[in-house]
Design a protein around this ligand. Structure first.
Ligand code: GLY
Length: 339
């Protein structure tokens, strides 16, 4: 079993890449561990959960709320979970968020780890320690930054991943390429979703490259005062659209990236919008959308990237080079109205 350890400011995470859930018992004591998953993952992979105490949640972003957290806490109490219990989130971004959040507050903090089962969770949601819940239309409004003790990759879970979830995950991969990795952008232009789905080696390499890219950014700036902000490319507008228009996260940030490219044209002189749009389209992601500008701006201005009357907006100078620009809310309102 190969292990790579990455250090953060006051914790470290062990990555077990391409190993399989069968190795979990070497990492955590089966008698003192509770797995948290959702009905979709549990039904498709029941065998993988055999022998493990498991809490099964209803799937979907609409359940990433305090009520679910309360229900999990009640189940942990009923199971007599204590401070020596390890929680392991086996699922996509909703499961990793809820698991990391519950593990951070139950008895003031338990050890936790993740087995991400979607492309999005493998390259993004499982990494970085931000774990929280939504409050109404406000995404991730309440949460913590606390790093998982381990992340175990089991690519076998991807066998049951619906097509739309593949597309969802590729939105974050395209985001990484746009802000930091022009070479990967060129690779994405050349390939297609089919290429990656058809070749285990290519998807493994792509996932590990993205997991590493994000990990390195977080290592440099765990508490998001600088470089880590780049990971929010497409997310400011995307989050404001996501819960209001019932889009998947990937769809929402794809639209967010499209408009961020247009805002970049105005503010940084970015000239490659068409290239970004054609890659998004190639991976079956939406680009332009009709939305109520005022309604969306009213949600957007509550974004966590706001500092008083300024918003830290992520733009592109060129493909592979993201930058953060502080835009006054007044100017941003006008820009959004004119989009
Ligand atoms: N859990 C996702 C992140 O920290 O960015």
């Amino acid at each position: 079993m190969t292990k790579r350890t990455y250090k953060f400011s006051n914790a470290s995470t062990d990555f077990y890449l391409a190993n399989g859930i069968s190795h979990l018992k070497k990492i955590t004591d089966i008698k003192a561990t509770v797995l948290i998953t959702d009905e979709h993952v549990y039904k498709a992979h029941a065998k993988r959960f055999k022998g493990w105490d498991t809490i099964v949640l209803k799937p979907g972003e609409e359940f990433k709320i305090q009520e679910t957290v309360d229900a999990v806490v009640e189940q942990l109490i009923a199971m007599e979970a204590d401070r020596k219990t390890t929680l392991v989130g086996v699922g996509g971004g909703v499961i990793t968020d809820i698991t990391g959040y519950v593990a951070s507050v139950y008895m003031r903090g338990l050890r936790f780890g993740f087995i991400p089962t979607t492309v999005l969770a493998l390259v993004d949601a499982s990494i970085g320690g931000k774990n929280g819940i939504d409050v109404g239309v406000y995404k991730n409004m309440v949460g913590v930054i606390r790093q998982p003790a381990f992340i175990l990759h089991d690519m076998g879970f991807l066998n049951s991943l619906p097509q739309v979830e593949w597309e969802n995950g590729f939105a974050e991969i395209i985001k990484h390429a746009c802000i930091k990795d022009a070479k990967m952008f060129a690779e994405l232009e050349k390939n297609s979703l089919k290429t990656y789905q058809g070749r285990q080696k290519s998807i493994c390499e792509l996932i590990q490259r993205n997991a590493l890219l994000k990990t390195k950014v977080v290592q440099k700036d765990e508490f998001e005062n600088g470089e880590r902000r780049l990971l929010n490319f497409g997310h400011t507008l995307g989050h404001a659209l996501e819960n209001q228009y019932e889009l998947s996260h990937g769809q929402a940030i794809a639209i967010g990236m499209t408009y961020a490219c247009h805002i970049s044209e105005q503010l940084t002189g970015f000239k490659q919008t068409e290239k970004v749009i054609s890659v998004l389209e190639k991976y079956n992601l939406p680009t332009y959308a009709a939305f109520d500008k005022q309604k969306v701006f009213n949600v957007l201005k509550m974004d966590k990237k706001r500092e008083k009357k300024e918003m830290n907006y992520v733009l592109l100078e060129k493909i592979g080079k993201g930058v953060v620009k502080s835009i006054s809310l007044k100017q941003l309102e006008k820009i959004i109205q004119d989009l």
